[in-house]
Design a protein around this ligand. Structure first.
Ligand code: NAD
Length: 335
C-alpha cells in the first residue's frame, strides 16, 4: 500500500531540495503517493495568505507531510508559516537529532545529540505589542501542560531509542516563574522514569559552553521553544552545518518533517544547495511511519556518498549540484 504524503516544496531552495528528497525516498523501497501543495511567498497573491486552507486540509487528511523551508519576512509582512503550521496542527514536539557524519570535515567527531524542542509556546506564541511609540513587549508563555507534554516526549523518545539521559535546559535563575515552571514540569515527569533514564538540568548559557567543550557528556536535551531553536543551530554547526541537519514536528494527529535550515534565497534555483537535511528529514519520516530498516538504508546511503566525497555540494567541499548529489544517493540505494 502506498503512503500518501503531503509534499510542500516551499520557497527559495525548497523546490530543488523537495525534488531531490522525493527521488531518494522513492528509491527507499517504500511506495509513496505525493500530494504536492504550495505554501509561502509564491501563493500570497493567489490566495491572500501564505498558508491556504487546502494545505492544512491536505496535512490533516494524510497526517504526514514533508516540507521544504518557507521564507518569513523580517519585521513586517505575514506571520511565519512554519510557526503557524506547528501551532494550528498542534505539532508540539520538534525533534532535531545532531549526529556526526563520517567523512565530513568538522571540528567535532562522534557527536550524537538529540534536541527535543517545545514547539507551540514560549516567545513564539506571537503575543507582542507596542507600549507607546518607543517600547515593545513580547510575552513569554510557558504552561505546565505543554512543558510536561514535551518532557514526556523527551523521556519516551529516550526509552524507545535506547538513550540514557535527558537534560532540561532553562534560565530559571532569571525567569523564575516561566522557566521555573518549565524546570519543575520536567522534574515532575523525570520522577516517572527514575532508575530508567537519568535526569539533570543546565542553565542555557552554561549548556552552550558545555556543548562546545564536552558534547560527549550529553544525550537528549529538552528545551523551551526559543532556546531549542538556538541550541539546535549550535548542534547543527557541530555536525557539519545546516545543510545536514534534519528535523521533525510531531503532534498527536499529524507530523511534519522538515530541515532545520531556512530557504537560503541567495542559492534559489542555482542547483547548489545541499539536499542532505531534507533527505534525512525524510528518513525520520520513514522511521515515524514504522520503517526503521528503510530509514537506516537511506541514512547509510547519504553517509556513504558524503564519505566518498565526490558527489557532495559546495558546503561539504564537493563539486556537485543538488540534483547530482541526489542522483548519487539514489544510485547507492538502487545497488
Ligand atoms: P538559512 O538557513 O536559509 O541560511 C543560513 C545559511 O546557511 C546561509 O548561508 C545559507 O546559504 C546556508 N544554507 C542553508 N541551507 C543550506 C543548504 N541546504 N545547503 C547549503 N547551504 C545552506 O537561514 P536564514 O538566511 O536566516 O533564513 C532565510 C529564510 O528562511 C528566512 O526568511 C527565514 O525566516 C526562513 N527560515 C525558514 C525555516 C523553515 O522553513 N522551517 C527555518 C529557518 C529559517
Amino acid at each position: 500500500m502506498a503512503h500518501t504524503v503531503t509534499l510542500i516544496p516551499g520557497d527559495g531552495i525548497g523546490p530543488e531540495l523537495a525534488d531531490a528528497s522525493r527521488r531518494v525516498l522513492d528509491a527507499s523501497g517504500i511506495e509513496f503517493e505525493w500530494e504536492t501543495v504550495d505554501a509561502g511567498e509564491a501563493v500570497m497573491a493567489q490566495y491572500g495568505t501564505p498558508l491556504p486552507e487546502h494545505v492544512l486540509e491536505s496535512i490533516r487528511r494524510n497526517r504526514i507531510a514533508l516540507k521544504g523551508p518557507i521564507t518569513t519576512p523580517i519585521g513586517g509582512g505575514f506571520r511565519s508559516v512554519n510557526v503557524t503550521l506547528r501551532q494550528v496542527l498542534g505539532l508540539y514536539a520538534n525533534l532535531r537529532p545532531g549526529r556526526s557524519i563520517k567523512g565530513l570535515q568538522t571540528r567535532y567527531e562522534d557527536v550524537d545529540l538529540v534536541i527535543v524542542r517545545e514547539n507551540t509556546e514560549d516567545l513564539y506564541a506571537g503575543i507582542e505589542h507596542m507600549v507607546g511609540r518607543d517600547a515593545a513587549e513580547s510575552i513569554k508563555i510557558i504552561t505546565r501542560e505543554a512543558s510536561e507534554r514535551i518532557a514526556r516526549f523527551a523521556f519516551e523518545y529516550a526509552v524507545a531509542n535506547g538513550r540514557h539521559k535527558v537534560t532540561a535546559v532553562h534560565k530559571a535563575n532569571i525567569m523564575k516563574l516561566s522557566d521555573g515552571l518549565f524546570l519543575e514540569s520536567c522534574r515532575t515527569v523525570a520522577a516517572d522514569y527514575d532508575g530508567r533514564i537519568e535526569f539533570e538540568d543546565r542553565i542555557v548559557d552554561n549548556m552552550c559552553m558545555q556543548l562546545v567543550q564536552k558534547p560527549e557528556l550529553y544525550d537528549v536535551l529538552v528545551l523551551p521553544n526559543l532556546y531549542g531553536d538556538i541550541v539546535s543551530d549550535l548542534v547543527a554547526g557541530m555536525v557539519g552545518g545546516l545543510g545536514v541537519a534534519p528535523g521533525a514536528n510531531i503532534g498527536l494527529d499529524a507530523a511534519v518533517f522538515e530541515p532545520v535550515h531556512g530557504s537560503a534565497p541567495k542559492y534559489a534555483g542555482l542547483d547548489k544547495a545541499n539536499p542532505t537535511a531534507m533527505i534525512l528529514s525524510g528518513a525520520l519520516m520513514l522511521r515515524h511511519l514504522g520503517y526503521p530498516t528503510e530509514a537506516q538504508r537511506v541514512e547509510d546511503a547519504v553517509r556513504d556518498v558524503i564519505a566518498a566525497g565526490v558527489a557532495t555540494t559546495y558546503d561539504l567541499g564537493g563539486p556537485a549540484g543538488t540534483a547530482a548529489f541526489a542522483d548519487a544517493i539514489v544510485a547507492r540505494l538502487e545497488n
